[in-house]
Write a protein that binds this ligand. Structure first.
Ligand code: WTA
Length: 669
């Protein structure tokens, strides 16, 4: 890595008459071409696929033909900005594509999920078994009066009944709305009310860090007032005897074992229109009211199957795939349920936390099932860095071939650590950029084609058009600005549930004709894209726009730092000042000298403009439930308090405030 000085970087960005909006300081020069062995066997190993995608609609039609359609489409795309319809008139069933066709083609005995519960219980579920269970659940929902188009809320731990419930909805044409099991009763109630869900599927609870989490109790609290659309609650048994009996409301609540297990498994799959709603998934926006993101059937399944296959170089006969997200987030919807099942994958489904009973739980899982593809988030990787490389070293991880990252910009040091300590320096790391709204991966390397640069998501996938623009919406070919999508894509959100105006205003008004959902990005001299975090995470220091991601990367680059979060706080002199919250690796002492040294380290890597005014040492950083650092909260803390001039030594008051405010905010979500 080299440190650029600000002047040459910003003048270099003045191309096309458009000026870079976010300045470009940090340069990463390590290159990782595809390993020969992987390239030789990869599904895609040449650039030709990018050329084939030049005719976008015919390229996507080819991908859609990988699915089974009950009736063909008449038109690939109908685009009336900002409303798209893909594979117009085509009929299919998503669950049929995920299950029946594999069984009909003789692969019923293949394992769909290796389920591992946190307490250590294990179950292998084949495609034939999954199909039967989905059929029973579909019949149970029909018996409760659920019809095509009705909404079903799902609030469950990571147990096999969760994908079964989702697929059962898809089978009968109902729309699921999965609410992450870590959300509160209020969050569940708000989402049920917005979706007007008829049935809620939940469980008595699940296991997390050795403790039972009582989901049914939260569900009861959610239904106590409001949420009156719910007619029935189906309750799967997970905790059973381990906890006190859950209360069941007569007439409303039914045990899964009574209502699902008793049904017959044959359950005809509805022929759904390509544009019929498959699911709603609520995501927080800038206002308090969460947005119900709408995903439909044909285009969504086409793109999740295509990306799962090519981004991870997945072959069902060869790979054991593990996406370690929670199904309650979009990553789990697209890359634990729909993409892998459409491709006939064998996946791992793990219920619990990475540190139970020991901090090597994940590595024991990789070893036990011979996992070949692992997909996780930078926050998990940085946690493993903090715990130390000796834990993965204690396990045989040689089955791994491809590693993936999603959810946040991955800083180069975490990338390198992942590559070396988990991937044994032989596995490409695919950094995949996408969002709940995009439904599927948009920007990512292809492991058999792309030369990787640690920290860069590289370039848009074949079929996807992503462009960086300046404040005025002019396209940049170099330097930093706003990441936009300039052409519709099959898995794109079709809107915000019941709120088309908010859909247009949120995503399509900032740059007319372009989709913009809030991320900054820069393009380097080779045309590689570097995600810079949300644009509200860009700081303005003495008139220079500095990305929080770059300063965080420089901090984590220092061997003593496990994790860092950087925010801009108001400063009378410089407009904003850079405040760095730093978690040190085990055994490193948080001293004033150490803070000074880190400030100097950042200045050395990036330039004096990026030297943090203050380094605050803290044991933990506040994170959202999906593991994103809560920068807004950190900024409030940084602005609301007088922080020392240079270093705040693990100030107990600051740390305490972080902890209580993070808890409050999580409860409000
Ligand atoms: C961020 C998760 C940088 C980004 C799939 C985006 C990323 C938001 C990356 C969406 C990545 C996701 N590099 N940033 N590889 N992947 N993001 O809706 O800010 O939970 O807008 O979807 O996460 O988060 P969401």
């Amino acid at each position: 890595m080299t440190a650029n000085d600000g002047d040459s970087a910003s003048s270099g960005a003045m191309l096309d008459g458009a000026r870079a909006t976010i300045e470009d300081y940090l340069a990463e020069e390590r290159l990782f071409p595809p390993p020969d062995a992987l390239r030789a066997s990869a599904l895609v190993n040449s650039e030709a696929i990018y050329d084939q995608a030049a005719d976008r609609e015919s390229f996507w039609a080819t991908q859609a033909h990988a699915l089974t359609w009950f009736e063909p489409w008449s038109k690939v795309l109908d685009w009336t900005p900002p409303f798209a319809r893909w594979f117009v008139g085509g009929k299919l069933n998503v669950a049929y594509n995920c299950l029946d066709r594999h069984v009909e083609e003789g692969r019923g005995d293949k394992v769909a999920y290796f389920f591992e519960g946190e307490p250590g219980d294990q179950r292998a579920i084949t495609y034939a078994e999954l199909l039967d269970e989905v059929g029973r659940c579909g019949n149970a929902l029909r018996s409760l009066g659920v019809e095509r188009g009705d909404r079903v809320a799902i609030y469950m731990p990571m147990i096999p009944e969760l994908p079964v419930a989702m697929l059962a909805c898809a089978r009968i044409g109902a729309v699921h709305s999965v609410v992450f099991g870590g959300f509160s009763a209020e969050a569940l109630r708000d989402r049920i009310e917005d979706a007007e869900a008829k049935v809620l599927i939940t469980a008595d609870g699940g296991w997390r860090r050795g403790q039972p989490v009582r989901l049914k109790a939260s569900a009861d609290a959610a239904l106590e007032v409001g949420a009156s659309s719910i007619e029935h609650v189906i309750v799967a048994r997970r905790l059973g005897e381990a906890v006190e009996a859950v209360s069941m409301s007569a007439g409303r609540d039914l045990w899964w074992d009574d209502v699902v297990a008793t049904k017959e498994s044959h359950c005809p799959a509805e022929a759904m229109d390509s544009e019929d709603l498959l699911y709603l998934l609520y995501t927080s926006g800038t206002t308090a009211k969460p947005k119900g993101i709408m995903h439909t059937s044909g285009g969504y399944l086409t793109q999740v199957a295509y990306t799962h296959k090519y981004v991870f170089d997945h072959l069902p006969e060869r790979d054991v795939y593990w996406c370690a997200a929670d199904i309650g987030w979009v990553t789990g919807h697209s890359y634990i349920v729909y993409g892998p099942l459409a491709n006939g994958a064998t996946s791992v489904l793990y219920e619990g936390t990475p540190d139970h009973p020991g901090r090597d739980r994940w590595w024991s899982i990789v070893e036990r099932y011979g996992v070949t593809i692992l997909y996780t988030a930078p926050t998990a990787i940085r946690t493993f860095m903090k715990w130390g490389a000796q834990l993965p070293k204690g396990h045989d991880l040689t089955s791994l071939r491809v590693l993936g990252s999603v959810g946040e910009p991955i800083n180069p040091e975490a990338w390198i650590w992942y590559h070396e300590n988990i991937g044994g320096s032989r596995c490409p790391v695919v950094d995949t950029w996408w969002q709940t709204e995009t439904g599927a991966i948009m920007i990512s390397p292809l492991p058999g084609v792309t030369t990787l640069k640690p920290g860069s998501a590289t370039r848009p996938l074949p079929g996807i058009s992503a462009e960086v623009v300046d404040e005025a919406g002019a396209r940049l070919t170099r330097g930093g600005g706003y990441l936009t999508l300039s052409e519709p894509w099959p898995a794109m959100l079709r809107g915000i549930y019941k709120d088309p105006d908010r859909y247009e205003a949120t995503y399509w008004s900032r740059f007319p004709g372009r989709y913009f959902a809030g991320d900054g990005a820069k393009i380097d001299a080779d045309g590689y894209l570097w995600l810079l975090g949300r644009v509200d995470d860009v700081m303005n220091v003495s008139g220079h726009r500095v990305s929080t991601t770059e300063v965080e990367s420089a901090l984590v680059d220092h061997p003593s730092v496990a994790e860092a979060a950087v925010v801009g706080a108001k400063d009378d002199t410089t407009g904003q000042a850079i405040i760095a919250f730093v978690t040190l690796r085990a055994g490193v002492e948080a001293t004033a000298e150490h803070g000074e040294m880190l400030r100097g380290h950042v200045a050395g890597k990036i330039g004096a403009i990026a030297r943090p005014r203050t380094v605050v040492f803290t044991d933990d950083l506040p994170k959202t439930r999906s593991g994103k650092i809560m920068r807004r909260l950190l900024r409030d803390v940084a602005e609301g308090r007088v922080l020392g001039d240079t270093t705040t030594l693990a100030d107990p008051a600051v740390v305490e405030e972080l902890r209580t405010r993070a808890t409050e905010q999580a409860n409000e979500e």
